[in-house]
Design a protein around this ligand. Structure first.
Ligand SMILES: Cc1cc2nc3c(=O)[nH]c(=O)nc-3n(C[C@H](O)[C@H](O)[C@H](O)COP(=O)(O)OP(=O)(O)OC[C@H]3O[C@@H](n4cnc5c(N)ncnc54)[C@H](O)[C@@H]3O)c2cc1C
Length: 526
């Protein structure tokens, strides 16, 4: 069996794991990062898109609010190219307790969240679709953050420093020698081959799956209570500012404009299974009703897609055993040398996407203890690749580029303005035949048509490049369509029903996708 050896093995390629890999490589350690799927396909790729200002937690969780505001300032600087500075409003609607607004303002003052009360008329001029009945408005520095760009920028940055990044490599066993963890065995999904990775320290950054990975290491009591939440993307930006209800955090109270769409969310339902992606019709209905409270007419806009993410809520069963109940929404670094007497193993879980950098820094402090070698953290100031200019992303950037090159450039995805050269370059760079991998990199098929017009073009290009067989290209197309369909069927009403019928004519009527020749099973494995 093939083997690799490294200083730090990171299990989990979400924002946290990629953050740890980036931090460790900047400190000069050799790193291997593995994920059972593509990078940021777990909770990170299923989140709401909000770079928190801290306002949401200013009353309920002051510590989290302060962490968010501090990290918001840092992340804007180091990951500028991944962030759009849309700003945020907290608005008191006719449905909210008016007394909360004063508590909110005080909470922001106490926690350091930048917050300015503005006249509702000013807010309505900026956001004319907002409920005209709003009575108080606070402006905060919310933003949106493109998680795939962020995670891949960290992975690329780590790679440039020698890290090995292995998506689609699942940890199936953790090697333990007495009270020392010495690495893990992974299985590559593409080939089915197994690989042993020897590591001086193994970091369990597997989010909502962290309990399962700790179990593989024979470590008890890392209990994750997954909290499932749904979000719905609407077909364009009904607002251009992040809009939060000024109330205690609740369901369906935030709309985040991001790229060409806006997203309403979210819910929080306990589930026993981090892979539970159930969407209930009543949740969808309640979410759309909540949208109406913020933006009257919300239901008449076209809902594009619904999806779920699972929060990694950590509960330390060891603490429960000793009757010191410890349930937290903040992040938790478990140094298993201190907690369990097991060296070479550190778990990081909980937290928020906004605080991924801090989570990585705290994790690396524990890793350094295991390595017996303290090296300074530089992630507060070191820009991610692509963000060296420290200029935040502007929505119009792709259009501006296109307008400079109107005639020559063939556009493949009209909604997200993805040109052919960019698509070809990304397919080659990722060396992938999976259109969903490309979607996450380029937002191909993520705009209002959800792939209706671009994905068969992209499939043809995929087929033309690098000798991919027609059958394999067909398979990729079908998998993409199936994944999109999962997010569409729970919201089939009004215009989206019409759009879906139209897509059906294209894919079933014209292309007859259900009867395309597919690879034989043995051909798939090669
Ligand atoms: C509905 C919802 C909305 C949210 N909205 C926001 C928001 O707007 N702003 C914000 O700041 N935060 C938000 N959060 C929180 C945020 O998304 C998470 O805290 C964050 O993404 C967790 O990142 P992570 O890297 O720790 O976990 P993940 O992104 O889940 O990464 C863990 C990785 O481990 C991998 N893995 C699991 N098992 C194995 C194995 N055996 N081998 C290899 N790999 C494995 C998984 O594939 C996964 O990619 C939201 C959360 C939810 C659920």
């Amino acid at each position: 069996m093939a083997t690799l050896s490294t200083d730090v093995l990171v299990i989990g390629g979400g924002a946290t794991g990629a953050g740890v890999a980036w931090d460790a490589s900047l400190r000069g350690y050799d790193v291997v990062l593995v994920d059972r799927a593509d990078l940021a396909e777990g909770t990170s790729g299923r989140f709401h898109g909000l770079l928190h200002s801290g306002g949401r937690y200013a009353v309920k969780d002051p510590h989290a609010a302060t962490e968010c505001v501090q990290e918001n300032r840092i992340v804007r600087n180091i990951a500028a190219d991944c962030i759009e500075d849309v700003g945020g409003f907290f608005v008191t609607t006719p449905y909210d307790d008016p007394a909360y607004a004063d508590r909110f303002a005080k909470g922001c003052r106490d926690t350091g969240v930048d917050c300015e009360e503005i006249d509702p008329a000013v807010a309505l001029r900026e956001e004319p679709r907002l409920n005209p009945g709003i009575s108080r408005v606070f402006r905060v520095p919310d933003g949106n953050i493109d998680v795939w760009k962020t995670v891949w920028a960290m992975a690329r940055g780590a790679q440039q420093r020698g890290a090995r990044i292995l998506p689609y490599h699942e940890v199936i066993a953790i090697h333990r020698n007495g009270d020392v963890i010495t690495g893990a065995r992974v299985r590559g999904h593409a080939t089915g081959e197994e690989l042993d990775i020897e590591a001086r320290v193994t970091v369990n950054a597997s989010g909502a799956w962290a309990g399962r990975v700790a179990d593989l290491a024979g470590i008890e009591g890392v209990r994750i209570l997954p909290g499932r939440g749904i979000m719905i993307a609407m077909n364009h930006r009904l607002v251009n500012t992040c809009i939060n209800r000024c109330q205690m955090p609740s369901d369906g109270d935030i709309i985040v404009p991001i790229h060409t769409v806006c997203i309403i969310g979210t819910t929080d339902e306990h589930t026993d299974d981090p892979d539970d992606h159930t969407v209930l019709q009543e949740e969808v209905d309640a979410m759309l009703d909540d949208g109406e409270k913020l933006v009257p007419g919300f239901r008449q806009a076209r809902a594009l897609r619904v999806w779920t993410g699972v929060r990694p809520l950590f509960e330390d069963a060891k603490a429960l055993d000793t009757d010191t109940r410890d349930v937290t929404r903040a992040h938790a670094v478990l140094d298993h040398a201190e907690r369990d007497g097991v060296t070479g193993f550190v778990t990081i879980t909980g937290g928020k996407l906004t605080t991924f950098r801090l989570m990585a820094e705290d994790t690396m402090a524990a890793v350094s203890r295991h390595l017996g070698d303290e090296r300074p953290c530089t992630t507060k100031t070191e820009p991610l690749p692509g963000s060296e200019g420290h200029a935040t992303y502007m929505l119009a950037e792709r259009l501006e580029r296109k307008e400079k090159n109107l005639v020559d450039e063939q556009i493949i995805c009209d909604c997200e303005l993805v040109p052919r050269w960019k698509l070809e370059e990304s397919i080659r760079r990722r060396a992938t035949t999976n259109l969903d991998d490309i979607r996450r990199l380029l937002r191909l098929g993520m705009g209002p048509c959800q792939g209706g017009f671009c994905i068969y073009r992209a499939t043809g290009i995929l087929h033309g490049l690098d000798g991919l067989s027609a059958e394999q290209a067909d398979k990729s197309l079908l998998e993409f369509l199936e994944e999109r369909w999962r997010g569409t069927w729970p919201i089939l009403y009004g215009d989206q029903l019409r759009q879906t019928r139209f897509d059906e004519w294209i894919f079933q009527g014209v292309l007859d996708v259900e009867h395309l020749p597919l690879p034989q099973p043995e051909a798939v494995a090669t």
